[in-house]
Design a protein around this ligand. Structure first.
Ligand code: HEC
Ligand code: HEC
Length: 599
């Protein structure tokens, strides 16, 4: 019977290693008592209380959904934890238990507290707005619209202005200037001001205001999307940056590159300041590193550069890969996926998303550093899906660590840019595709130049990362991408089609959209000449894209020329096919758009 026991054990082990058994810490904060780190564990669906004295997580608080961020109340009695995905919530934690909850928008993130402790600001990532919540009665008294996918925020120390990082650009992708925005919201008038970043800036993950309240720092990628992807040297395809915005006049001062000439600082993410404001700490989630930057020295260089440059406009691309040389120290970490950090005196605490470890870096006055790592939970065996996710986000697999798959496919979706990959010739850029359902909808690539997504994955490793990896690595990436689940659309009402979307569904069928875009994949897996191609692609058939999660993947069409579904239906069309939509009235177009955006 021993063999039976072993078989059963094996089954239990494989079953046991589900997504939920990984912790995936995504945010951490030091309690006001200075003794405990509170750590939000995304897929672990819990908050861990890590004692600095015993150096272990000695309490965990289970949550009904995945958390994204947390903040402590002014009196230190309550923690507000954002999470719950499309059923967005702020969970209130008191004395180690959930003591209440507040409803928010779709995928709430980055909860931020006003200095008087009475108002909570929350980024609703997929509703593209910010909730203003009165904590005395739990009511949301305002929703302020921002640009697209707000994921990080910070408030000036006087509570006047909330700065918000929008992850990816809005607008069409076939333009000469495309960038993510920072939004500054006056908390009194609730008036938003848009601050566009430099051309190619996208993937904004971190945002923090300096302790003196004078500057905003935002971490992001600098996509060199205007050049063909022929090489990686000197950040030819992608660089990594830190934008500096002056709070007083909400002006973008400068964009500093975080890379070195022959070494990327890829997928920069979390930020922190030493209490004296002299050191800025930035993490690279792709390279598993932090940088310690001499902040006064950097600001002096920024001042010199902006004084000397006659054309310091936001349209300038900043190409200086040696800007930080001599004024920053790069520290390689042991863990994998440093997406959150907090600085306390000489100590920097870093929570690693993939290795589920807390790494402590101690920087002594003479500049020497010491490191130690502590597990946050028991070690879990890696499923192929999890291993693939780690590879997909890991830039250390790439030549000189310049990029990971997630650099262009954030969260395995799209960065909203066009790239001139060499898979189908040069001079014909294509909009980045989402990985959702890629393996179920062969062929792959807009023009179907790869037989299937498996071929696309291997081509990506070889021709975009310029590397050679064992076949098992590619198979793990396949497994990860196959495991992706669609996120419910923000256009649904209680998980159902709205009335307008139901009318739109009828139109979708009447106009025979469903002939090429049939449920459940919303593609018939064929290729058609639909008259959208131009230049060297003129007359070529295009692979019918799936419409699942299309609410999330703007801009549309193979060259990203349609900024919105309305644009697509009204002006950009695709083919003679959409001729019929020209006869539709305003309301019918709205209904049809509402339906498509609900899929
Ligand atoms: C420089 C940006 C960039 C990087 C980095 C990148 N991709 Fe892509 N990816 C694209 C673009 C652009 C397309 C669409 C190209 C086309 O249709 O011709 C695409 C398409 C794909 C597709 C086809 C999806 C479909 O449904 O047709 C797959 C699969 C894919 N990428 C996998 C990967 C993997 C795996 C990596 C990492 C090894 C990676 N990509 C890295 C830009 C990138
Ligand atoms: C003959 C097949 C066919 C029919 C009929 C058709 N489509 Fe499409 N659809 C396509 C193809 C092919 C593309 C890709 C075109 C391109 O990228 O240039 C596309 C692209 C789209 C996109 C953009 C998706 C994205 O991710 O960029 C949307 C939205 C869409 N179609 C909606 C519709 C609607 C609504 C109708 C009915 C009014 C319709 N389609 C009818 C073949 C078809």
């Amino acid at each position: 019977m021993k063999w039976l026991k072993n078989v059963l054990l094996a089954v239990v082990l494989i079953r046991g290693a589900s997504a939920q058994s990984y912790l995936s810490p995504c945010d951490l904060a030091l309690a006001k008592d200075g003794q405990t780190l509170y750590i939000a564990a995304a897929t672990g669906r819990q908050v861990l209380c890590f004692s600095l004295a015993s150096r272990k997580a000695d309490q965990t608080i289970a949550l009904p959904g995945e958390p994204t961020g947390l903040v402590e109340s002014a009196d230190g009695k309550t923690w507000y934890v954002s999470g719950g995905g499309h059923q967005g919530r702020i969970w209130k934690l008191e004395e180690g238990k959930i003591s209440g909850e507040i409803k928010t928008g779709h995928t709430p993130m980055a909860p931020t507290l006003s200095p008087d402790g009475k108002t909570l600001y929350v980024c609703n990532r997929f509703d593209n707005d910010i909730s203003f919540i009165n904590l005395e009665n739990g009511e949301t008294f305002a929703r302020v619209p921002v640009s697209r996918e707000p994921v990080a925020a910070d408030l000036t120390p006087d509570g006047q202005t909330l700065f918000v990082a929008n992850l990816i650009p809005d607008g069409r992708a076939d333009a000469d200037y495309i960038a993510s925005k920072i939004t500054a919201i006056d908390t009194q008038t609730r008036e938003p001001t848009t601050i566009p970043l430099v051309n190619g800036a996208e993937g904004v993950r971190g945002l923090k205001i300096s302790p003196d309240g004078k500057y905003v720092f935002a971490t992001h990628l600098m996509a060199r999307y205007l050049v063909p992807t022929t090489q990686l040297e000197r950040g030819w395809i992608s660089t990594d940056a830190l934008s500096v915005i002056r709070v007083e006049d909400k002006k973008l001062l400068y964009t500093v590159l975080l890379d070195d000439v022959d070494q990327g600082f890829t997928n920069p993410w979390a930020l922190g300041f030493s209490p004296d404001g002299k050191t800025l700490v930035v993490s690279s989630a792709g390279n598993h590193e932090i940088s310690l930057i001499d902040l006064p020295a950097m600001m002096q260089k920024v001042a010199d550069e902006t004084a000397n440059s006659a054309s310091a406009t936001h349209l300038d691309a900043h190409n200086n890969l040696s800007f930080l040389s001599g004024i920053r120290k790069r520290i390689k970490l042991d863990g994998n996926g440093p997406r959150s950090l907090v600085v306390d005196g000489e100590f920097i605490y870093i929570a690693h998303y993939y290795s589920a470890t807390l790494e402590v870096v101690r920087v002594s006055k003479d500049g020497n550093t010491r490191r130690g790592s502590f597990p946050l939970g028991s070690k879990q065996p890696l499923t192929p899906e999890r291993q693939g996710e780690i590879y997909f986000n890991d830039a250390t697999l790439c030549f000189q660590n310049w990029l990971s798959c997630s650099t262009c496919h954030p969260d395995a979706r799209t960065d909203a840019l066009n790239w001139d990959l060499l898979n189908d010739g040069m001079g014909n850029p294509k909009n980045v595709k989402s990985m959702l359902l890629a393996h179920e909808t062969p062929r792959a690539m807009w023009l179907g130049v790869r037989d299937n997504a498996e071929a696309g994955v291997r081509a990506g490793i070889k021709h975009i990362q310029f590397t050679v990896r064992p076949e098992e690595d590619a198979q793990a990436i396949d497994a990860y991408l196959k495991s992706l689940k669609p996120v419910p659309s923000p256009y649904l009402e209680n998980d159902e089609l709205s009335e307008a979307a139901r009318r739109g569904k009828v139109l979708f069928e009447e106009l025979s959209c469903a002939s090429c875009h049939p449920a459940p994949l919303y593609t018939d897996l064929n290729m058609y000449v639909v008259g959208t191609t131009k230049g060297q692609d003129t007359g070529k058939p295009v692979d019918v894209p799936s419409l699942v999660e299309v609410w999330r993947t703007a801009p549309y069409l193979h060259d990203g020329r349609a900024a919105t579904i309305h644009d697509l239906l009204r002006t950009q069309g695709h083919a003679g096919i959409l001729k019929e939509t020209a006869t539709l009235g305003e309301e019918e177009i709205n209904d049809l758009a509402e339906y498509i955006l609900s899929l």
